[in-house]
Design a binder for this molecule. Structure first.
Ligand code: 3H9
Length: 702
């Protein structure tokens, strides 16, 4: 019945079914909104149709506006002529029938409908803030009217996906269908049932009211997380307008606030991050016919902090997981730690007690290798030393059933060497989790030379199934994330030699957008850990740049928070870092011993000294073919190191400075400081050709 290639109108007796078909997720791409309007008009004009259903083909209702269109001068329907306006003016009722996702413009369309029903697995939300904009299709005006101001503020400022049963409780959905129901049939029946109800229930006719102080309170509560950003505040202002302005004026205010955001740097960077996170899943050099293997029975070897966190990740996503350690005592300690971690989440209110019990029940401590022999995926997470891991891999190879995948959680060890102790190197890969493993989103999948495409795809898919963002890294010391970060870690201590203080560096990085400064993070992780790595690297490389100030603190037993002293001092039982005059004195005396001339630094200099050193190393990683794309490095920095998302990532940020400027500064520091600042070949080439980092063509992956 309809002309549009992306929206069709079908008739089911006296109900018109409007179906959006814009794969893969029914974003509101070119022609979709126009197609919905055309179908609505046709159905309204057809006397044999009494009511309409709006639904999506394929895997989703509507996932929102087409993000690729933002900032491109896209064609937009004027206020008064949009889908929601046509629905508001419709003399016949429209029922939104939701499966998969109704996000952003998807939920806004659903709220423009007169009724909303969904299957239980559906999710709804207004995630626009996560891409630096606000719900600009009436979402900031309709959601507070439908679900109340508090709920609207929470959903719009967090961007959270709300499961259908909860959305029904919040008043967003009229009905959640029973499990297994046929959505189309149920929606048509529902439409028939309400076909004669008049007046039509329109969300725009409701009123939104707020308790005094609610807007100031939410501005205050997001201040820390939303610093340097505009979108969250514009979201709040738009919701505020729903309480103070009539509906149509509120819609105009929403549009003004939206227009301030769409082309801003914040939104551009967040859109870039969104697509970079999807790109990172693609492994372009693997044969497209190969698929990841399914796995159902994972096991973790090692019940230490990392092993426990990895086991929790599996349990959190519904997997029964076995966990093994060398002794019963270590296993008991590990289970105790897991229980305590969950209990902390319950205490904080982020996890329900019964959910904690369900997750704990999925983690099965086992005594020996024979108990895991039938598992299909092993993640080994024992002490980070080759001589400890090798015998375990040899034993796993012996006992594990054929076809089982053997993954190692290592942050730097040579995966080829580890794979070589097995007779199944094609089934071996690295899976580098970040600490705490159940919280941090990044999973770096490390590719040894003999790993099969199926193994690599399975490791990547395993990460995604347990809520991680998987990114592929080559087998190089430190892999991609830590290797690109290493020069930053050295540079921050070298800055102290030249006259900076830890608190000064930390303030610059927090102002830039990191949740914590790097010295405070060091104290949290434990300074003894970095010292081990420095020792190993210094022994292997006579030109290794030593960090005497950091070494001195460790020698003094200042290991960080755990000893109440590190780069900062801590009161017993308190994690607040306090600048320590003793550290300032140590820095001064070591610098004097080393004969380093003292100077003062601007904030910009500190920032660039840290980040440019890493940009240069990331270029080296790309030129060696150890990563697929500069944007993969960005994803790793966003999810492994807390790089501020609204700055896109390390390489995207550097593009903002300009590749030629970055090169010129690095070349000048090369003159001043010597070899550690030698510009990489790729950086020089990019600067000469004026090619942005994110368009760099890395060497073929090795
Ligand atoms: C908005 O609605 C503004 C309004 O207020 C109106 C203003 C006037 N656009 O993530 P996946 C692509 S703003 C374009 O791997 P999943 C994605 O790039 C929007 N493309 O699948 C990928 O492409 P490729 C508010 C999109 O099942 C493919 O679809 N909405 C869009 O893991 C599959 O995606 C959002 O912010 C889009 N909107 O997750 C929702 N969405 O295959 C954004 C997806 O080439 N989307 N693609 O790499 C999502 O959060 C997830 O995609 C979703 C599915 C949860 C829907």
């Amino acid at each position: 019945m309809s002309e549009s290639p992306v929206v069709r109108l079908e008739k089911d007796g006296d109900v018109g079914v409007i179906i959006v078909n814009y794969p893969p997720v029914n974003a509101l791409g070119p022609g979709v909104s126009e197609g919905i309007i055309e179908s609505l008009n046709k159905a309204n004009a057809d006397p044999s149709i009494k009511a309409m259903v709006l639904m999506g083909d394929g895997r989703s209702f509507i996932a929102g506006a087409d993000i690729r269109g933002f900032g491109t001068g896209r064609k937009r329907l004027a206020i008064g002529e949009r889908t929601y306006d046509v629905m508001d003016a419709s003399p016949k009722p429209v029922v939104a029938a939701i499966h998969g996702y109704a996000l952003g413009g998807g939920l806004e369309n659903a709220m423009g409908c007169h009724y909303r029903i969904a299957v239980p697995s559906a999710k709804v939300g207004l995630p626009e803030v996560l891409i630096g904009i606000l719900p600009g299709g009436g979402g900031t005006q309709r959601l507070p009217r439908l679900a109340g101001v508090k709920t609207a503020l929470e959903m719009i400022t967090s961007g959270r996906h709300v499961p259908a049963p909860e959305a029904a409780k919040l008043g967003i959905l009229d009905e959640v269908l029973p499990e297994g129901a046929n959505l189309r049939e149920a929606a048509v029946a529902y439409a028939r049932k309400i076909a004669d109800v008049r007046p039509l229930p329109r969300v725009r006719d409701k009123t939104a009211t707020a308790e005094p102080g609610v807007f100031d309170a939410i501005r205050k509560s997001i201040a820390r997380k939303a610093r340097n950003q505009k979108a969250p505040y514009n979201c709040i202002a738009a919701v505020e307008a729903s309480c103070t302005l009539p509906f149509d004026e509120g819609i105009r205010r929403e549009a003004e606030l939206f227009a301030e955001l769409e082309t801003a740097d914040e939104a551009k960077a967040l859109r870039y991050a969104f697509f970079a996170e999807r790109e990172v899943a693609k492994l372009p050099d693997l044969p497209s016919v190969v698929a990841p293997a399914d796995f159902t029975d994972p096991a973790v070897i090692g019940a230490g902090t990392m092993g426990g966190g990895i086991a929790m990740s599996f349990a959190d996503f519904g997997y029964d997981v076995k966990i093994m350690d060398a002794t019963q005592e270590a296993l008991d300690r590990g289970m105790e730690r897991i229980r305590n971690n969950y209990a902390t989440s319950v205490k904080r209110g982020s996890l329900a007690q019964d959910e904690m019990e369900r997750r704990l029940a999925r983690i099965h401590p086992v005594a020996g290798y024979e108990d895991i022999a039938d598992c299909d995926v092993i993640v080994e997470a024992v002490f980070e030393r080759m001589d400890v891991k090798k015998p375990i891999f040899a034993k796993l190879d012996e006992v594990m059933k054929p076809g089982a995948f053997l993954f190692s959680n290592t942050s730097a060890l040579d995966m080829d060497e580890l794979a070589s102790v097995t007779k199944r190197p094609e089934y071996v890969a690295g899976t580098h989790f970040f600490s705490p493993a159940n919280v941090m989103k990044l999973l770096e999948v490390v590719r040894p030379s003999k790993a099969s495409p199926e193994t690599l795809l399975t490791a990547m898919a395993m990460g995604r199934r347990i809520g991680k963002i998987s990114a592929m890294a080559g087998n190089t010391d430190g892999f991609v994330a830590n290797r690109s970060r290493a020069p930053f870690n050295s540079e921050m201590v070298i800055l102290l030699e030249e006259g900076c203080l830890p608190e000064q560096v930390d303030k610059v990085m927090v102002d830039f957008g990191y949740p914590m400064g790097p010295f405070a993070v060091g104290d949290l992780a434990g300074l003894d850990i970095g010292a081990e790595g420095r020792k190993r690297r210094a022994a292997a490389n006579p030109n290794y740049r030593k960090l005497p100030i950091a070494d001195k603190l460790v020698e003094m037993g200042r290991y960080g928070q755990k000893t109440s002293a590190g780069w900062y001092r801590y009161e017993k039982g308190d994690r607040t870092p306090h600048p320590d005059p003793e550290v300032a004195a140590i820095i001064k005396s070591v610098a004097a011993e080393m004969g380093v001339p003292q100077k003062t630094f601007t904030d910009a200099e500190i920032l660039q000294r840290l980040l440019f050193s890493s940009v240069n190393e990331a270029c080296r990683i790309l030129e060696e073919g150890k990563a697929y794309r500069a944007s993969d490095v960005d994803v790793m920095w966003l999810h492994g190191f807390g790089f501020p998302r609204y700055r896109g990532g390390l390489m995207y940020w550097a593009d903002g400075i300009g590749v030629k400027n970055v090169y010129a500064q690095i070349a000048s520091w090369h003159q001043q400081y010597g070899e550690r600042w030698a510009p990489s070949k790729l950086l020089r080439e990019l600067a000469e050709s004026g090619t942005p980092f994110r368009e760099a063509k890395p060497a073929p992956f090795v």
